[in-house]
Every structure is written in structure tokens, then in C-alpha cells.
Design a protein around this ligand. Structure first.
Ligand code: E4P
Length: 213
């Protein structure tokens, strides 16, 4: 399974990139707003740091396919690695079909059901993003959604890659890996959780103490 970082925080992206563990970045309007910078400026900076797919989402208020297509073309022009993130709606699917036919990569976001994932794949989505954490938040098993999508995509040889999104814990990452997600997009703090083990820290201390004897 590949890892993308789910943030627009440049310092976190540099840290994860320096460790060699991420091969892409996903952003969304909330993450861009948190950065406090214009979307084009921050996304271009991210694309200069990470040599891999960078998802930039269309404006949250753009709900019609014409608007999404127009914005998608602009986003795609920012860098060769740009992926246009579109909401999984009727208009989003229409935009996905057009952008895909122009060779532009897409990430269909806000996926909460297997049927949405199937339709997104049909429309030509490069990536589909089921939201695990937000489903868990409403007492629905988010990982089960990833598992079902992965099973069906595998059965039919569907090429869209599954990005497990809205990841809230390191256990989510492991469960999504077991469920067959191709990618997990994770906040930086999840990388820290995945890396940290008290026995590793203790082991380093013991080696240091023993070296001094
Ligand atoms: C990524 O593509 C999503 O936008 C992101 O994972 C959403 O995460 P959240 O549910 O924590 O906002």
C-alpha cells in the first residue's frame, strides 16, 4: 500500500517526504483554508516538494460540471503531477468524464457507498476516495466500505485506485491495508503514531547505557 499525506502544511510534507514514505499528497478546501494561503500558491509549492500525484480540489462552491471542468483544467495546468479532486455527484461525474477524456487525472472524493465508488470508476476516475473516519463517526463501519469496494474492483479488474481517506488512527491504516486499499492518505500525526513504539525508544536508551559501560 502506498501512502499519501493528507495536508497542506508544507513543514509536515517536507518531514514526511524526507523520510521517503510518501509518494503523493491530497488536499481539500478545509486543509487549504487551514494553511491560510491561496490554493494555487500552496499546491504549486507542494508539487515542487513531492514527486507524485498531488490532489487539488475544485472550489467548494462550484457545483456545476461546466465550472468544475473549467477549474479542473486550470488545476491540471499548475503542474504535471496534478490530480483534480471532484465531489461524487452527478455534476462531478460529468466533469470527471470530460477531464478524463482530456487525459487529466481525477480523484473522486466524498465517497460513502460502494455504489458511488462504482459510478466514479465508470466515469473514468483515476482515484476513488472512500471516507473511513466520517463513516465511523456516524456508527457505520468505514473499513468495511473499503473492503467491499476493493473486492469488487479486483473482481472486475477495475483500474481506478482506492485511496482510503478520512483516516483517524494507525489502526485504520492497518485495517485499510488488509481490506485492499491501494493507498492511504493520512494526516502527519498518523505517521507519527505509526512510527512510535515505546520499546524502540527504550531499546535506544539501553544501547546507549550499555555503550557507556
Ligand atoms: C482526503 O482526500 C480527504 O479530504 C480527507 O481525508 C478528509 O478527512 P477528514 O474526514 O478527517 O476531514
Amino acid at each position: 500500500m502506498k501512502f499519501f499525506l493528507d495536508t497542506a502544511n508544507i513543514e509536515e510534507i517536507k518531514k514526511a517526504n524526507d523520510m521517503g514514505i510518501i509518494c503523493g499528497v491530497t488536499t481539500n478546501p478545509s486543509l487549504i483554508a487551514k494553511s491560510g494561503r491561496p490554493v494555487e500558491e500552496v499546491v504549486k509549492e507542494i508539487a515542487d516538494i513531492v514527486d507524485g500525484p498531488i490532489s487539488g480540489e475544485v472550489d467548494a462552491f462550484t457545483l456545476d460540471s461546466e465550472g468544475m471542468i473549467k477549474e479542473g483544467r486550470v488545476i491540471a495546468s499548475w503542474h504535471k503531477n496534478m490530480v483534480v479532486k471532484l465531489p461524487t455527484t452527478q455534476e462531478g461525474l460529468k466533469a470527471c468524464r470530460v477531464l478524463t477524456s482530456e487525459g487529466i487525472k481525477t480523484n473522486l472524493t466524498l465517497i460513502f457507498s460502494t455504489s458511488q465508488a462504482l459510478l466514479a470508476a465508470k466515469a473514468g476516475a483515476t482515484y476513488v476516495s472512500p471516507f473511513v473516519g466520517r463513516l465511523d463517526d456516524i456508527s457505520t463501519h468505514g473499513v468495511a466500505l473499503v473492503e467491499e469496494i476493493a473486492e469488487i474492483f479486483d473482481y472486475y479488474g477495475i483500474e481506478s485506485e482506492i485511496i482510503a481517506a478520512s483516516i483517524r488512527s494507525s489502526m485504520h491504516v492497518i485495517e485499510c491495508a488488509k481490506a485492499g486499499a491501494h493507498i492511504a492518505t493520512v494526516p502527519y500525526k498518523i505517521i507519527e503514531q505509526m512510527l512510535k513504539h515505546p520499546l524502540t525508544d527504550e531499546g535506544i536508551k539501553k544501547f546507549q547505557n550499555d555503550s557507556l559501560k
